[in-house]
Design a protein around this ligand. Structure first.
Ligand code: PLP
Length: 493
């Protein structure tokens, strides 16, 4: 295939350069309306913002330039099919779940999933079978799952339809994907992969293996997170004969706007070309930068870069070193404090903070100066804070997930009431509650709120983390069990 081509972008550029009389939408009419955004960005952004004029294909049923661009994308990932998504991997994950599992069917998945998986479970009505993950109490994060646990879970649930894997977790941990694929396929299960943080893996073999290469059936890759396309753009990849391609298209069209952004689509097309030709080289440079960062950071008193060896020693199969996970606990302040200070005092924007760690993401746009600025700032903070014996105390909660009582869909449809968080112990949660990022729910609809959940939420509240609940006060939404009548019966949903 000719990867020098950018079929969609080229057609869009030609269209933008023509003197077209715009009697279609959008209403800014090729940027004729001047406003604050045209002043800031220039006219061309609006000129390139078209809906679905003749010659630019239709994302709902691609037949020309979008189809060609998607075929090139599939080839770049060694997939059979690629679908451009404009609502991120959130859309890709929901699509994978709705394509593969129906109500009352089982899907095996780790519990440290992103909230979009919970949305997929609510929409599909599937039964989640949660796999225990490797929990690192010292860092306060959960990682991948072990193959032994997968085998045990499959033995107990031979009727499950699919296994869902996160490649990589937000913090860079990878499960042994090839073994997962072999075991799942031997048991007639599909493998669905969340590659929100792993789209770059397929472009450099020094990094952990990508989903398509490992033989997975479907993967949703957030091109926007690490590969230079515009925010919100992801690709859904699919491969092999276990996948129902017709259903994928139907589901995508349920979830996708009929007015996709042409600029976002074009950004995927050109980013694919760039990665195809330069990806390996550019990612080699990122890997070198991560080595450089490790060497510098580990020289700062009280600060440590958590590297591949650390993860492997704790049972994780592989690790993506383009993530800089930095332990700051020995400086006696929690991660969110560093997150704020680095931004407010040093103009450094991190990806996220947890209690004991902060996370920086390196990608093809990262330069050495970015690392130097981070290192310099951390060195200053270390010189101000480190005295050799501060240690952040462990909170009283444990990093364990609660027990599920009913399917997320059943809890979603059940009548609800609001109770204060401290009165919620023993109730069935009616909502997902999480700190964002990373957006991994502390509790999801259908799980029992236990003392650990309450302690955790209170801890995050007290420490200034931003907690995502459906209300703005300190109440939580729980199932109103007294008014839970037959019309919400588990079997009917
Ligand atoms: C693990 C994980 N999965 C899925 C998503 C959703 O991806 P997107 O933001 O592309 O919708 C995220 C987003 O942060 C994530 O962290």
């Amino acid at each position: 295939m000719d990867h020098k081509k950018t079929p969609y972008f080229t057609a869009l550029k030609e269209y933008a350069e023509k003197d077209i009389n715009p009697l279609d939408v959008p209403g800014h009419k090729r940027g004729r309306i001047k406003n604050d955004l045209t002043d800031a960005l220039g006219d061309s952004v609006f000129l390139y913002d078209v809906n679905a004029p003749k010659g630019l294909d239709n994302l709902s049923r691609p037949q020309s330039v979008i189809k060609e661009a998607q075929n090139l994308m599939a080839d770049a990932f060694n997939a059979d099919k690629a679908y451009f998504l404009l609502n991120g991997t959130t859309q890709g994950i929901i699509t994978m779940i709705l394509t593969v599992v129906r109500a009352h069917e089982k899907i095996i998945l780790p519990r440290n999933t992103h909230k979009s998986i919970i949305s997929g479970l609510i929409l599909s009505g599937a039964i989640p079978i949660f796999l225990p993950t490797i929990i690192d109490e010292e860092l306060g994060i959960s990682n991948g799952f072990t193959i032994d646990n997968l085998i045990k879970t499959i033995d107990e649930n031979p009727d499950a339809k699919a296994v869902f894997v996160i490649n990589t977790t937000y913090f860079g941990a990878c499960t042994d994907l090839k073994s997962v694929v072999d075991i799942a396929h031997d048991n007639n299960m599909l493998v669905l992969v969340d590659e929100a943080h792993g789209s770059h893996l397929s472009f450099n073999d020094k990094l952990p293996i990508g989903a398509m290469e490992a033989g997975a059936d479907m993967s949703s890759a957030s091109f926007h997170k690490t590969l230079g396309s515009l925010t919100q753009t992801s690709v859904l990849l699919a491969k092999g004969n276990r996948v129902d391609y017709n259903r994928i298209r139907v589901v995508i069209n349920i979830l996708q706007s009929t007015s996709p952004s042409s600029i976002m689509l074009a950004s995927l097309d050109v980013a694919r070309k760039q990665m195809y030709f330069n990806g390996k080289k550019e990612l080699d440079a990122v890997i070198e930068l991560s080595e450089y960062a490790k060497e510098k950071i580990n020289k700062i008193p009280g600060i440590k870069l958590i590297d591949k060896n650390y993860f492997k020693a704790k049972g994780t199969f592989d690790y993506d070193q383009t993530k800089l996970l930095i332990s700051i606990a020995d400086l006696g302040k929690p991660g969110y404090w560093f997150y704020n200070v680095l931004r407010d005092r040093f103009d450094i924007q991190l990806e996220l903070a947890e209690t004991y760690v902060i996370l920086a993401i390196l990608a093809i746009g990262t330069i050495k100066k970015d690392i130097d600025r981070l290192v310099d700032a951390l060195a200053i903070l270390s010189s101000e804070l480190y005295d050799g014996n501060k240690k952040l105390p462990f909170p009283k909660f444990r990093y364990h997930f609660p027990t599920m009582q009913v399917r997320p869909r059943v809890a979603f449809h059940a009548p609800k009431k609001f109770v204060s968080i401290n009165d919620a112990i023993g109730e069935i949660s009616g909502e997902s509650i999480m700190i964002y990022p990373p957006g991994i729910p502390i509790v999801i609809p259908g799980e029992i709120i236990d003392i650990n959940v309450v302690d955790m939420i209170n801890f995050y509240f007290e420490n200034g983390f931003s907690i995502l609940t459906e209300q703005e006060d300190d109440t939580v939404k729980v199932v109103d069990q007294e008014n839970w009548s037959k019309e919400y019966d588990e079997d009917d949903l």
